[in-house]
Design a protein around this ligand. Structure first.
Ligand code: SOE
Length: 420
């Protein structure tokens, strides 16, 4: 790790976090780590965390290193020591908080999916565009873009190493809903979460597909299913995905699983599967991309590895080879450990914090922007529309935004006007 010169300590960037459960804890870790590992022009300062339960939010502040705790998100947004608001609430609060924070002159990081509906995401993207004119930035927390192996995959695709794309295949499987007695948490209620596996897991793989390919999806054909339609009402929640049920049952109003095919702007074919009903799969995000000259494959459970097959090599010795993505010239790795000393899930949040701070300091547009988040939201809406019509092919409205340069992450594409 690099040693910072104490004489020229960078100015502070006060961060305020709203929500402190699983994602809030992961973001806290990212903010704590980023400034210690990377040489940043601004030093993230964990100014305050907000949550409704006074005892719980004070305990979270203590545990995760936040200097102050607020029980009202509006109080956090109006604090003078907060320049950046990080939103880790359920989706139904994203739009209201993000727009208020942007209007109050703050930079914003918002967890994925950007919103619960296209209309909300449009309002958020518009607020971000207005704020951009005042020098503020807004970014969506699609953290898997910051897995070094996936950032490397983007770099290789952009360099043309696998040629024109033909297939992108992505699956994201979990199994925490297999038990029919897992209770009805907010993630299973449409008015809180917007959708189920589709928005929670599908949003990640839609974003990754568009990011890696460097182009948007133009249409989809989908099926959604809710296998367990009633679950025990919630008795108590700890953090994250664990919870216990009480007496009585309530209706599950989101999908358990989503399967869909799609077409990218270039004509490449895409397949997606997102499920919380895959026994044995805890957090299995896998992908394989086929181009005219080669293929790339990745598995989140082995996230330091990228598999690359170069079709132009002599057939006798060609084949998928494993790249251990821990070299200093791999994305994000220059600041970490010597080669072979592997990274994990939590590092993606430090990389996300790093990229956002760099964008703020250099006045560039961070990616994924709110416009990128809106594009994902449009795909999710098209998936729901298609599924309601029994998989009828449904176009995704074309993004309107022009290309802006990426900051700190592999650059965007020249192939399309979309921000992806
Ligand atoms: C729960 O399904 C969850 O935590 C998602 O909300 C995250 O975005 C994903 O990274 C892991 O799974």
């Amino acid at each position: 790790m690099k040693q910072r010169d104490r004489e020229s300590a960078p100015a502070a960037l006060g961060v305020g976090l709203i929500g402190y459960a699983f994602m809030g804890a992961a973001h806290s870790q990212g903010w704590r780590t980023a400034g210690r590992v990377f040489d940043l022009p601004l030093r993230p300062l964990l100014a305050a965390v907000a949550g409704r339960d006074s005892a719980a939010v004070h305990a979270a502040a203590e545990r995760h290193g936040w200097a102050a705790a607020e029980t009202d998100w509006q109080a956090l947004v109006s604090r003078d020591d907060v320049q950046l608001v990080d939103i880790c609430t359920p989706g139904d609060r994203h739009a209201e908080i993000a727009i208020a924070a942007l209007d109050a002159g703050k930079h914003v990081l918002c967890e994925k999916p950007l919103a619960n509906s296209v209309a909300e995401a449009e309002a958020m993207a518009a607020a971000a565009e207005r704020a951009r004119a005042r020098g503020q930035v807004a970014m969506v927390g699609f953290n898997y873009r910051r897995v070094p192996a996936l950032a490397l995959a983007r770099r290789l695709i952009e360099q043309g190493r696998i040629g024109a794309l033909r297939h992108v295949r992505l699956t994201y499987l979990q199994d925490w809903l297999v038990d029919p007695d897992f209770p009805l948490t907010w993630r299973l209620e449409r008015h809180h979460a917007g959708s189920g596996a589709l928005g929670d897991l599908g949003a990640h793989i839609v974003d990754l597909a568009q990011f890696l390919a460097g182009e948007p999806l133009v249409g989809v054909s989908a099926q959604l299913e809710t296998f367990v339609r009633e679950r025990p009402l919630l008795a108590s929640v700890s953090t994250g995905l664990s919870a216990s049920g009480g007496p009585g049952r309530g209706e599950v109003t989101v999908d358990d699983a989503a399967v869909f095919t799609g077409r990218l702007a270039s004509g490449a074919l895409a397949t997606f599967e997102a499920s919380r009903m895959a026994p044995g799969r805890k957090n299995a995000l896998r992908l394989e991309i086929s181009g005219e000259h080669g293929s790339l494959a990745f598995d989140l459970e082995r996230l330091n590895e990228l598999h690359f097959h170069d079709q132009l090599e002599p057939a006798a010795t060609a084949g998928f080879r494993r790249i251990l993505v821990t070299e200093a010239d791999h994305p994000y790795l220059e600041a970490w450990w010597p080669p072979g000393h592997v990274l994990g899930y939590e590092h993606t949040f430090a990389h996300q914090a790093r990229d956002l701070v760099m964008a703020i300091a250099t006045g560039t547009d961070p990616r994924p922007s709110f416009a990128d988040g809106l594009q994902v939201q449009r795909v999710l809406a098209a998936v729901e529309e298609s599924a309601a019509k029994n998989a009828v092919y449904t176009p995704v409205p074309a993004p309107r935004s022009a290309v802006t340069p990426a900051s700190g992450t592999p650059a965007g594409t020249a192939r399309t006007e979309a921000q992806v």
